[in-house]
Ligand binder design. Structure first.
Ligand SMILES: C[S@@+](CC[C@H](N)C(=O)[O-])C[C@H]1O[C@@H](n2cnc3c(N)ncnc32)[C@H](O)[C@@H]1O
Length: 235
C-alpha cells in the first residue's frame, strides 16, 4: 500500500514482531502494540483505517472496544474498513466441516467467536461505533484446485493453519489426533467434490463529521440530518 500510494504515510500495527525487516518504503512505519490496550494515536488522525483478519485475536467485547478505537483515530469524513474470514466457509464436506468445528470450539474456549462476520457482522460493528455510510460485501472464494491458482493457495494456507493449530485443536478443540489426521487427508478431495469455498466479509464506512452527542441533541430537537456542523466540534 505504501508503494502504491507514495504520497500517503502508512502505519502498520501488530502485537507480534511480524513486520518486514529488509524492504520498508520510506513512507511506511510499523508499531508493535496490542490493540486491546487502545490505539497509540490521537483522535481524528488517519484518513483511512484498515483492519484485517483479527477473528482469532478478539473476543466479542474486544471487538466493540477496538472498532470504537478505529473510529476515534479516523478523521471526520475518513474511512474505516474491516475484512474478516468466516470460521466455517461454505459447501464443506463432512471431514472439512469437522475440522472447522474443532477450530471453532478451540477459539471459543479462549473467548473468541470465529463467526463474528455472520453475527453481529462487520457492518453492524461499524454501525454500533456510530460509523456512517456503512456498506458491506461478501466474497466467496473457491478453495482447492477447482478455484485455480488462488483456490490452490487457499487450500495450502488452510492446511498450514490446521497444522499450526494442531496442538490447540487436540487440547481445546476436542479433536482426536488420528481423527484429525484422517480428516485433514480427506479434506483435500472433499474440497473438489463439494466445491468448497472460503467466505470473506468486507465492510466499510465513514466517520461522521460530528460527535454522537451532537447527533442525539439534534435528533431530540427533531433534526436528524448528517450535514457538516456549523461550528467546530471537539471529538
Ligand atoms: C491472521 S494474522 C493477519 C495479519 C494482517 N492483519 C494481515 O491481514 O495480513 C492476525 C494477526 O493479528 C495479530 N493480533 C492478534 N491479536 C492482536 C492484538 N490484540 N493486537 C495487535 N495485533 C494482534 C497477530 O499477531 C497476527 O499477526
Amino acid at each position: 500500500m505504501a508503494n502504491e500510494f507514495p504520497d500517503a504515510i502508512v502505519t502498520g500495527i501488530d502485537m507480534s514482531s511480524v513486520f518486514p525487516t529488509t524492504i520498508i518504503p520510506g513512507n511506511c512505519r510499523f508499531i508493535q502494540h496490542n490493540i486491546i490496550q487502545g490505539l497509540p494515536f490521537p483522535d481524528n488522525h488517519f484518513d483511512l483505517v484498515y483492519q484485517r483478519l483479527l477473528i482469532a485475536g478478539l473476543t466479542p467485547a474486544n471487538w466493540i472496544a477496538v472498532v470504537a478505537e478505529l473510529e476515534r483515530v479516523t478523521k471526520p469524513g475518513g474511512w474505516i474498513e474491516l475484512v474478516e474470514v468466516d470460521g466455517f466457509g461454505g459447501n464443506n464436506g463432512p471431514s472439512t466441516a469437522k475440522i472447522w468445528g474443532w477450530v471453532q470450539t478451540a477459539f471459543a474456549a479462549r473467548g473468541m467467536d470465529t463467526l463474528v462476520g455472520r453475527q453481529p457482522g462487520l457492518a453492524n460493528l461499524l454501525k454500533q461505533a456510530n460509523v456512517a455510510n456503512v456498506r458491506h460485501d461478501i466474497l466467496k472464494l473457491p478453495t482447492g484446485e477447482h478455484g485455480g491458482k488462488i483456490g490452490t493457495l487457499l487450500m495450502e494456507n488452510e492446511h498450514s493453519f490446521w497444522n499450526a493449530m494442531t496442538p490447540v485443536l487436540l487440547h481445546a478443540g476436542g479433536a482426536d489426533k488420528y481423527e484429525l489426521e484422517r480428516a485433514m487427508d480427506e479434506s483435500r478431495a472433499e474440497l473438489e467434490k463439494y466445491k468448497s469455498y472460503h467466505i470473506f466479509y468486507n465492510a466499510y464506512g465513514q466517520k461522521r463529521e460530528r460527535s454522537q452527542g451532537m447527533e442525539k441533541e439534534e435528533e431530540e430537537a427533531g433534526k436528524g440530518s448528517w450535514s457538516r456542523p456549523s461550528r467546530p466540534v471537539a471529538l
